[in-house]
Design a protein around this ligand. Structure first.
Ligand SMILES: *Cc1c(COP(=O)(O)O)cnc(C)c1O
Length: 371
């Protein structure tokens, strides 16, 4: 058997729907010496990560931590703990990730109800209200930043409607967290999950999550066991909130968490407001340059995600060929359209460290040459 050559990945500019470019200091953090996952120094790291996540998410929730798996596992953790067979669940679907949420809710044995909006549009609060007159769900699930379409979903009004109906609000903030404002306590979000590799610019594979007291009560007052051992909040609580007494649950990915620690430091050092403003400014710069190329956005201006720009590929061009040329000739990765937009759209990510004027100008110049 021949031994493969060592890996020698190209240096890409990651401007798709994630992962985004990571700061060199974040990558270096992973090369630090390994410590045990119950080592006092690592427990200190975990405590610092928790406090930084609370600031980022604008919450005082004690149960704020990193799931040792990607964003989809954070989604699954929220749903498998809050739903039991026979519960009603209302999921808002206007793209791929709302669809994934409803798939998981169905697998939990919930009676699934949905509120839909066409791809590229936001969920209408009136429709949520109407749906809540026909069912009494335990949870309402909604995506804040729908990465498949580039829609930024307003949440405040929907949150009020959901709580008036006595349901818990579950929010997907995988793409939104770190790029636009996310107020867990201010918007009364009961369960929220995110991802490490989008606007936080850490390597993929971790999911920041937070749970309100009401959500934790619902998880601990279940009649049946959570079907997933690994994602059971009741079992993991001792590990994530135990302070010095943290008890073994699973072996935490020590190196990835070290990288996340540095990524969160960078976010807070920049300052949340400054970071959101930077994401908006680079989005504006891209928008102006795309207009010069005759490229238009899929989504109405007032609900556009600045960090995920979904645009129509110009008519007559082979969109897959343009993407592949960007990658091979310019080392720039952008995303393809998904679902209804496959073959018709591009998704340009300006997330975290990939949201700079240089990234924007480089992509615009490359696109100009290719087109
Ligand atoms: C990327 C993404 C996910 C899934 O995250 P993974 O880390 O790929 O599992 C879920 N929801 C949204 C909105 C996303 O953008």
């Amino acid at each position: 058997m021949s031994i493969p050559q060592p890996l020698n990945p190209p240096v890409r500019y990651l401007m798709g729907p994630g992962p985004s470019d990571a700061h060199p200091s974040v990558l270096r953090a992973m090369a630090a010496p390994l410590v045990g996952h119950l080592d006092p120094t690592f427990i200190h790291t975990m405590n610092e990560v928790k406090v930084m996540l609370q600031q980022l998410m604008k919450t005082e929730n004690e149960m704020t931590f990193l799931v040792s798996a990607p964003g989809s596992a954070g989604m699954e953790m929220c749903l498998v703990n809050l739903l039991e067979p026979g519960d009603d669940a209302l999921i808002c679907v206007n793209g791929v990730f709302g669809g994934r949420m409803s798939d998981i809710a169905g697998r939990c044995g919930a009676n699934l109800h949905t509120v839909e909006a066409p791809w590229g549009q936001a969920i209408d609060p009136v429709k949520v209200k109407e749906a809540l007159e026909t069912c009494t769900p335990k949870i309402v699930g909604i995506v804040h930043g729908e990465t498949s379409t580039g829609v930024l979903q307003p949440l405040e009004e929907i949150s009020e409607i959901v709580h008036d109906a006595g349901a818990l609000l579950v929010v997907d903030a995988v793409t939104s967290l770190g790029g636009v404002d996310v107020r867990v306590d201010g918007w009364q979000i009961d369960a929220l999950y995110s991802g490490s590799q989008k606007c936080l610019s850490a390597p993929p594979g971790l999911s920041p999550v937070t749970f309100s007291t009401a959500a934790m009560d619902a998880a601990s007052n279940r009649k049946t066991k959570v079907q997933s051992w690994f994602l059971d909040l009741n079992l993991i609580a001792g590990y994530v909130t135990g302070g010095a007494k943290r008890a073994y649950h699973h072996t935490a990915p020590v190196a990835s968490i070290a990288a996340m620690h540095q990524a969160l430091r960078i976010v807070l050092e920049e300052g949340l407001e400054a970071r959101f403003a930077r994401h908006r400014q680079n989005h504006e710069r891209l928008k102006a340059g795309l207009a010069d190329l005759g490229i238009s956005f899929l989504v109405d201006e007032d609900i556009r995600l600045p960090q995920l720009n979904a645009v129509w590929a110009p008519g007559g061009c082979d969109e897959a060929r343009v993407r592949s040329q960007l990658l091979t000739d310019y080392n720039i990765e952008i995303g393809a359209g998904l679902g209804e937009f496959a073959g018709k759209a591009w998704r340009i990510g300006l997330m975290g460290c990939s949201s700079t004027p240089n990234h924007v100008d480089m992509l615009l110049a490359a696109l100009g040459e290719i087109l």
